[in-house]
Write a protein that binds this ligand. Structure first.
Ligand SMILES: Cc1cc2nc3c(=O)[nH]c(=O)nc-3n(C[C@H](O)[C@H](O)[C@H](O)COP(=O)(O)OP(=O)(O)OC[C@H]3O[C@@H](n4cnc5c(N)ncnc54)[C@H](O)[C@@H]3O)c2cc1C
Length: 394
């Protein structure tokens, strides 16, 4: 930072939805930004995921409040970004298969309503009225008209293109292999295309953010959590809403439950008519392969819940790596022990939904403003100071 130009030089590592959203929001504030991506934009989790903006799956508390704020920004983004992001307010259903789940969801909905989420518990008849092709074994659901969908790849590319139009430098095929430090202060990054100077380095490397932190000797407990997805051919509309099963919420927050009672299912039908059926939640290192058992589990559960699927053909499968953190919240903000090193990663299965608010708040913080929502609950220090137990291991 010089006296003539007080705006910091900012390097963002990672061209996923989080890095590009931060770049976009910074560019609007006329910041000096270079975004560095090792492969291509959206080549990580942001290009291998669903596009649900599912408020109901967020834990009541700061997580849900953040998601509600993020949702408000999608309407404007649809107009501002130079890409059709296919944002649709479909409304979403959490489908319930057992009495035990029904009782659990009854309590969960009360907590969500207390925070101000528009959500209601539906009985079997009301559920089938909303989704007539669901199996008759579904005994109820919870419904929120606010749940929505977006095309995650177009969203990422849209953020990047809009940032570029506002003078952000985007370098793809550029891998960061070292963070440069002088007197315990970040001075830039070393890449396969040479060194790039910076006052602030933002670690938005998704499931690989832990590896970036390791470069400066800091342990951030971000682990890759694989999700496999099955894609069908584009057929006629058989789903009116995006949909997840109640089990899916349990599996998201408690890996032990996922092992015991199954992972549940998520489903959405895209603008083209393809169905995305997903997705597993597995810890298998950085392995992005599809497995027979994973795909079989998804298809079996999906066909049970939505028998009309038998008329659809599977055209492809893929897998992505969610950036998991032990408390389910992203890690956002400066690492106090190393000046200029900033975290923006660990959104697990919510990065698409949370990208607009993350970019907005991080851009405020990076330019020395007070963020509209306090970022303290997301601070990296909660792990570094032992405020939260990290069970370790990838
Ligand atoms: C199966 C599945 C379904 C999902 N469904 C949803 C959903 O419905 N809704 C939702 O909100 N979220 C969903 N998610 C989660 C969402 O995909 C992620 O939270 C989000 O994409 C994370 O974005 P990111 O930018 O942090 O990471 P990424 O998209 O992974 O981007 C990180 C980038 O950093 C780059 N990088 C890493 N190391 C380096 C380096 N050394 N140098 C340069 N670049 C580097 C990588 O190449 C990568 O492109 C899903 C995820 C999966 C896997």
């Amino acid at each position: 930072m010089s006296k003539n130009n007080p705006s910091p030089r900012i390097v963002i590592i990672g061209g996923g939805v989080i890095g590009t959203s931060i770049a976009y929001h910074l560019a609007r504030l006329k910041a000096r930004v270079t975004l560095i991506e090792g492969k291509n934009l959206a080549s990580g989790s942001s290009g291998a995921c669903d596009g649900m903006i599912f408020l109901q799956s967020k834990k009541p508390g700061i997580h849900l409040s953040l998601a509600m704020e993020s949702l408000k920004r999608f309407n404007a983004l649809q107009k501002e970004l130079p890409f059709e992001i296919e944002f649709k307010k479909t409304g979403g259903l959490v489908i319930i298969e057992t009495e035990t789940e029904y009782q659990a969801m009854e309590k969960y909905v009360k907590k969500q309503q207390a925070i101000g989420l528009d959500v209601q518990l539906l009985d079997k008849t009301q559920t089938h009225k909303k989704e007539p092709l669901l199996s008759t074994s579904i005994i109820g659901s919870t419904f929120s008209p606010l749940d929505a969908q977006v095309n995650p790849i177009n969203l990422t590319l849209g953020f990047a293109m809009a940032a570029q139009k506002n003078h952000t430098k985007i370098m793809t095929g550029t891998k960061v292999h070292e963070i440069l430090i002088k007197n315990n202060k970040v001075t830039g990054v070393a890449t396969n295309k040479g060194n790039i100077s910076a006052d602030l380095v933002v670690n938005a490397a998704g499931s690989m953010a832990g590896l970036i932190s390791q470069m400066v000797g800091i342990h951030m407990p971000i682990k890759p959590r694989r999700g496999q997805i099955v894609v069908t051919h584009a057929g006629k509309t058989i789903l009116n809403h995006c949909l997840i099963s109640a089990k899916y919420i349990a599996a998201k927050y408690d890996p032990a439950l996922a092992d015991k009672s199954g992972q549940g299912i998520s489903m959405e039908q895209t603008d083209n008519g393809n169905l995305l059926l997903g997705s597993t939640r597995e810890f298998s290192g950085f392995n992005k392969e599809n497995t027979l058992s994973g795909i079989r589990g998804i298809i079996r559960q999906a066909a049970t819940v939505l028998p009309a699927l038998e008329n659809f053909q599977v055209i492809r499968t893929f897998a992505g790596l969610r950036p998991f953190t032990p408390d389910g919240l992203p890690i956002l903000g400066p690492v106090k022990s190393l000046e200029g090193f900033i975290m923006a990663a660990g959104h697990e299965g919510d990065g698409i939904a949370l990208s607009p608010i993350t970019g907005d708040l991080m851009s405020q913080m990076l330019l020395g403003k007070k963020p509209d929502i306090c970022l303290d609950p997301f601070s990296p220090d909660r792990f570094l100071q032992g405020r939260f137990e990290d069970k370790g291991g990838i």
